[in-house]
Each structure stands twice: as C-alpha cells, then as structure tokens.
Design a protein. Structure first.
Ligand SMILES: Nc1ncnc2c1ncn2[C@@H]1O[C@H](COP(=O)(O)OP(=O)(O)O)[C@@H](O)[C@H]1O
Ligand SMILES: [Mg+2]
Lengths: 273, 272
C-alpha cells in the first residue's frame, strides 16, 4: 500500500499550506502593514539571511563547517541551547539526588517538604528581580533561573517515582542477597526511571521557556534576546523568523527526549519496540 | 544431604515452635498465626494449605525473614531467622521479575550481586535457560512473556543462586490450568533432581496433594496447624486415581471447615 504514507503526508500538509497561502494572500493584498504581519516569503527570506554566514568563505580562517555555522542564527541557537544544558544540568543535578533521598527516606521528606511546598508554586519568572540582584547581568542569572525551572519538575517526579516503587521488587532483591547500595542503584533507580524521565521532560520544557524569558531580560545573546532586539528595530519578519526558530528548537528537543525515553524505557509496558 | 542427628533423624530444614504473629491494623489486633509448631525435613516438599486469610503467606514470609514472628522460635537451616537471605529463596505469585532487566539479567541478578565472574554467570544462565525451556527468551523483557514463562524465569532466578530452600507463595495461582500442570511437573522434576527443600503455599487442594510429601492444613484466624496430612502416593501421581481422590476428600473436608469459618467471618465483617 504505497499510497498510504503519501496520503498521510498530504493530509498533514493541507492545513499548514492553506494557512500559509491565506497569510501570504492577506499580506500581498495589503490588508495589514508588513510591520504588523510580514508575508511568509518576507519571513522566509529574513530567516535565510539570519541563517547564512555574514562573511564570505575563507579557507584560511578554518574548516568549511565552522564557516557554515558562523551566521547569527546558528550562533544564537547554540548559545540558547548551551544555557539550557548548563542550567538543566545544575537544576536536575541537584533535584535528582535530593528527590531520591526524599523518596526513600521519610525523615528527609518530612524535613524538606514544607520548604519545597512553599517554594514550588513560585514561577521561575518571579525570581527574575532577585536573580538580577544576586547575580547581576549575563549568564549567571540565566543559569540560575533555568536551573530553578528544571529543579522542581525533576524533584517532584523523582520523589513520586521512588515512592511508587513496588515493594515486591525490593523484597525480591533483598531475598536474592541485595544490600542497601545494590537496592538503591539496581532496583530503586531503574524502577523509578519512568517517573524520573517524565520529570526530565517537563523540566527541559520549563527550562526552554525560562531561557527565552531570561534572554529577554538578563543577557544580549541568544534567541530570546534576538527577537526582542528585532522588535526594537521594527523587524517584524525577523521576530517571526526567530519565533519560528525557537519552535523548531523546541520540537527538536522534544523529539530527542522522546527517543531517549523510548530507548531507556524499552522494558516498560506501553512502550513499543 | 545433612548428617543425621540422634538416631537417624535429620536436623530439620525449618523448625517452628510456638510461632505467633500479631498484626495491628487500624487499632485492632489481628492474630495471624498462633502456636505454629512445624518441622520440615531437608529435601522435603511441604504444602501449606488453607482458605485465603488463614496466614499462609504470613508464615512463609516469616521463614523468608521479611516479617519476623511476634513471638516463638523459628529456625531455618539450623539458624534463627533474623532477616531475608539468599539461602531461603522466594518465588512470588506476582513473579516479581525486574521489568527493566532482560530474562538473562534477571536470572543472573543473584550471582551478579554476589560478585560472580561474568563467565560463571553466563554458564549458569545458559544451563537454566535450557533446563526451563527458555532458550529463545534470553534477551526479552518480562513484559513480552506469558505468565507461565515469567514464572519459569522467576524459578530460574532462584535456582541460579543455588539456594537449598525454595519458598513459593501461590506461584502458579495466576496461571491457566494447563500451564499450571506443566509447571507443577517441571517443579517436581527440578525438586527430584536438585533435592531442594520446598515450602509451597497454595489454596488448591488438588495441587497440594499432587505436589507435596506432606500437606499442612491450616486453621483460619488464628492461623494454626489444623492437621498434617502425609501423602504417601508414588510420583507421578494420578489425580484421577482412587487413592488420590480419597485423600482429596479427606483434605477437602478439613479445608471446608475452615472455609466456613472464613465465610462466617466475612459475613460478620460486612454486617459491622
Ligand atoms: N501487613 C499486614 N497488616 C495487617 N494485617 C495483615 C498483614 N498481613 C496479613 N494480615 C492479616 O493476617 C491474616 C493472614 O494473612 P495472609 O498470611 O496473607 O493469609 P493467606 O496468605 O493465607 O491468604 C489475614 O487476616 C490478613 O488480613
Ligand atoms: Mg497469601
């Protein structure tokens, strides 16, 4: 049935293409000014310009791929992703051990839970003034805000995951001769992995939101900064091109996460393959 | 096997004297076990039989060391039970396989954490996969196996650590009748070959007579030993034979008395 994938591709393209055509039509008809809504072609042209290198290729300056990635857009994407990675690693790196211990030790849970319950509902965005007071401008406040955004989803899911570990696995492992360390590394963590990965996924999602906001406020590089900067010059086409890039990055992260998920949870019910 | 003590009587693999277990549930005390006296000889196959709630699992968990008696004396393999240990390997009704490990890693787990060399692990796993007809499932995850296959893996997992004693809590309770019969036969074969001491919990009357050297019929609340019925029939046993059925009638009568008390208790509980 060769027609089935083709039919599905067609169906999935109908609405986006129609929307683009309407948008293009509206812009060309002159119903709205390009400042409010630039045409898709203008956005696409701007996007390509944003993507391509500023300098002509010079073999002496370095390998071709470095030149190919020297445009403004690759640089912004790289900067933003790096911030997400650093912030996420800090946030998740603190949340994971704390979550594991809080999940496994009721005493630790009782000690830390009240503070966390109070802090958790505060959106990371609300920390922006404090982050700037504490860390000034530049990367440090951005890292702080992103790690904060990643911290709570990972923490809460890890706690829930450890608490949901079926005690029969612990009993079986103990019965086979496992001691505390083995129980922790070989039973508790893998059994809690579906929850932990959910936390990681949500945490990265939040980190992605926070990075854009942080870049609009605390720094002058990255995708978030770029679209704000474009607005100051009234480059609506570049704003939209930047938004589109942010969307693509988010999609890429999500696809990567879901592949990681499927790989790490091949054993899990409901995951195919 | 272990050396005979005084006058040719082997030291018991399990020895229970006056074992009592009290649970506190919602402010009320439940006497799950009371005054249990039981000896299980090395290499013996014993079934614990009784209606649900009569304390079979409680007694087995006490021997396994998961939940120690409130009072009384309980020794296994000559040592007082103080906690779980690999010399008293447990097979659970829910299989309790680690779902994140392949069949191979599940079977090798006990050896691995004991620090066995990878070649040794592989050797043991190969032998057990062959013995239990699991050869094609080495790299599968438990979710991809049928109930019968999972329970084979669970049995292989405890056989891998070569424990002298197997504690089995309704291991075949969730299987269909045909799968159950084939696993029963396989278990008997393994038992005859490896000379393990087996304590097998069941509420199946026919299952207990088919398997056991002795059937320990328990009373309901408190759980005590009501009667120990020796099954003298040669194996393989034929459940349709006259002797088998005579025993089955006898054991059924004993269990039904306790079942009636169980039901009266349930009716009482719902009337509360
Ligand atoms: N952890 C527990 N807390 C409170 N009561 C329990 C607990 N475990 C078992 N019981 C009670 O002890 C009795 C015996 O239970 P159990 O050993 O599981 O019976 P069986 O395995 O024969 O069905 C039951 O009445 C049950 O309600
Ligand atoms: Mg039970």
């Amino acid at each position: 049935m060769a027609s089935v994938p083709a039919t599905r591709l067609f169906r999935s393209l109908v609405v986006p293409v129609t929307l683009l055509l309407c948008w293009e039509g509206i812009s060309r008809a002159g119903w709205v000014t390009p400042l409010i809504l630039p045409s898709p072609t203008a956005v696409a042209i701007r996007w390509v310009a944003y993507l391509t290198p500023l300098e002509p290729f010079d073999a002496a300056a370095g390998p071709w791929w470095r030149w190919a990635l020297s445009g403004e857009l690759p640089h912004d994407v790289f900067t933003s992703l790096l911030r997400i990675v650093v912030g996420f690693v800090i946030g998740a790196g603190l949340a994971l051990p704390l979550g594991l211990v809080m999940g496994a030790r009721p005493l630790v849970y009782e000690l830390f839970n009240p503070v966390l319950q109070v802090l958790r509902p505060i959106p990371p965005i609300a920390y922006i003034p404090l982050a700037i007071l504490w860390f000034g401008l530049g990367n440090p406040p951005a890292f702080f805000l992103i790690s904060l955004g990643a911290f709570f989803p990972v923490l809460m899911n890890t706690i829930a995951g450890v608490r949901a570990v079926d005690s029969i696995y612990l009993r079986a492992a103990r019965n086979l001769g496992a001691r505390e360390g083995t129980l922790f590394w070989r039973v508790m963590i893998p059994a809690a992995m579906p929850y932990i990965l959910t936390g990681v996924r949500v945490g990265i999602g939040v980190a992605f939101i926070v990075v854009i906001v942080a870049e609009m406020i605390a720094v002058n590089t990255g995708l978030g900064y770029r679209i704000l900067e474009a607005r100051e010059y009234f480059w609506s086409d570049k704003v939209i091109a930047g938004m589109f890039t942010i969307g693509l990055c988010g999609l890429g992260i999500d696809l990567g996460m879901s592949r990681l998920n499927n790989r790490l949870l091949r054993w899990h019910r409901g995951v195919e393959g | 096997m272990s050396a005979p003590l005084d006058g040719g009587v082997a030291a018991p693999a399990i020895r229970a004297r006056g074992v009592r277990k009290v649970f506190c549930a919602g402010g009320r005390e439940v006497v799950a076990l009371d005054g249990i006296d039981l000896d299980v000889a090395p290499g013996e196959f014993v079934c614990l039989l009784g209606p649900s709630g009569c304390g079979k699992s409680t007694l087995l968990n006490a021997v396994a060391g998961f939940s120690l008696p409130s009072s009384g004396e309980l020794t296994a393999l000559g040592k007082p039970v103080t906690g779980p240990g690999p010399e008293r390997a447990m097979v659970f009704q829910e299989y309790a396989l680690f779902p994140w490990m392949t069949v191979e890693r599940n079977i090798a787990f006990g050896l691995e954490i004991a620090g066995a060399a990878p070649e040794r692990q592989r050797e043991v796993v190969d032998a057990l996969l062959a013995k239990l007809g699991l050869g094609d499932f080495r790299d599968r995850y438990p979710k991809d196996l049928s109930g019968g296959m999972r329970q084979r893996v669970a049995i292989a997992r405890v056989l891998a650590i070569d424990s002298p004693m197997l504690l089995m809590d309704e291991p075949f309770g969730a299987l269909d009748a045909l799968t159950r019969r084939s696993l029963q036969d396989e278990l008997l074969r393994i038992w005859a070959e490896l000379k393990k001491t087996i304590v097998f919990v069941t509420h199946g009357i026919e299952e207990s007579i088919y398997l056991a050297d002795r059937v320990v019929v328990m009373t309901y609340r408190p759980g005590t030993v009501k009667r120990i019925v020796p099954v003298g029939l040669p194996r393989p046993r034929d459940p349709s034979s006259a002797e088998f059925n005579a025993l089955k009638r006898e054991v059924t009568a004993l269990v039904m008395e306790e079942q009636a008390r169980h039901q009266a208790d349930e009716a009482h509980a719902t009337a509360d």
